[in-house]
Design a binder for this molecule. Structure first.
Ligand code: IPE
Ligand code: IPE
Ligand code: MG
Length: 268
């Protein structure tokens, strides 16, 4: 029999090399991250806040690469909230320019890494130049088979829920859907994360103990890991610590026993 040149997902995972501390059978399928603490990182070094955001990009690149190398199915990061517009215009402007610069610069590398990038949030409020770049990046990576990388930009959990409710209400009024048939699955399909499983793990850096309007629906049963590490300092060791903590958790989903939602077919 001739051997197919395309490798199976099983064979692919055998090529991953994991840090020895981690249990390859309990790698989360979906990790969400509130990348917080850029401003404090810069302040502690006597630098302008903007430098913290720039440094944060490197931490994000490292995290994406590691998640991709370790077989995480999806990484969803909070880059800009619907509330972040209330920051000084100068900082908002810097962030928008940074998004454009990084997206242009990293597109080739994302393609090479087989990353499928998506942007979640109200994108219409972004500049047309940024919207064009987003469209280009999502289109050019749409068929990639690697990690799903979701960048929440002008994202707010409440806004996402309201928009979903509006769409369902409209479909009901138009007679396309019976309101009695709207259940959790129908509702979840209206969210920007419709194609993803819910995050198994939420990481928040910089020690803040709040959700800040991130993925309000999707985080219902996520394990929450909060670290004092500021986002620009978040590196491989910090991710391993977060994953080790996750792997020690007992996930009960309201029952009495641990229920595993992790990859079961990852035979090493
Ligand atoms: C997170 O870092 C990045 C964004 C919200 C865009 P912050 O800018 O919130 O940093 P801190 O919390 O002020 O330190
Ligand atoms: C959450 O961080 C938003 C992002 C990381 C993009 P914030 O710094 O905006 O959150 P709060 O204001 O501390 O709640
Ligand atoms: Mg913050």
């Amino acid at each position: 029999m001739t051997k197919s040149s395309s490798i199976t997902p099983q064979e692919k995972r055998l090529t991953f090399s994991f840090p020895k501390e981690l249990d390859p059978l309990r790698i989360p399928e979906h990790i969400a991250v509130i990348m917080d603490g850029n401003g404090r990182w810069a302040k502690a070094k006597g630098l302008p806040r903007a430098m913290g955001h720039t440094a944060g990009v490197d931490a994000l690149k490292t995290t994406l690469k590691l998640c991709s190398n370790w077989g995480v199915g999806a990484l969803t990061v909070y880059a800009f909230s619907t509330e972040n517009w209330s920051r000084p215009g100068e900082e908002v402007g810097f962030l928008m320019t940074l998004f454009k610069r990084v997206l242009k610069r990293e597109l080739e590398s994302l393609k090479l890494q087989k990353v499928r990038i998506s942007f979640l949030g109200d994108l219409e409020k972004l500049s047309s130049e940024l919207q064009d770049l987003i469209l280009e990046a999502t289109t050019l990576t749409a068929k990639n088979t690697g990690i799903n990388f979701n960048v929440c930009t002008n994202y707010g959990g409440r806004r996402e829920l309201v928009k979903a409710a509006q769409r369902l209400a409209l479909r009901s009024v138009n007679g396309e859907i019976d309101p009695a048939l709207i259940d959790e699955n129908v509702f979840a399909a209206e969210l920007s994360t419709a194609n993803e499983v819910d995050p198994d793990l939420l990481i928040r850096t910089s020690g803040e103990r709040r959700i800040s309007n991130f993925l309000l629906w999707q985080l219902a049963y996520s394990e929450i890991y909060i670290t004092e590490t500021l986002w620009p300092d978040f590196d491989e060791n910090a991710l391993i610590k977060a994953l080790l903590d996750y792997q020690s958790r007992c996930r009960r989903f309201g029952g009495l026993k641990h229920v595993s939602k992790d990859k079961r077919n990852l035979e090493i």
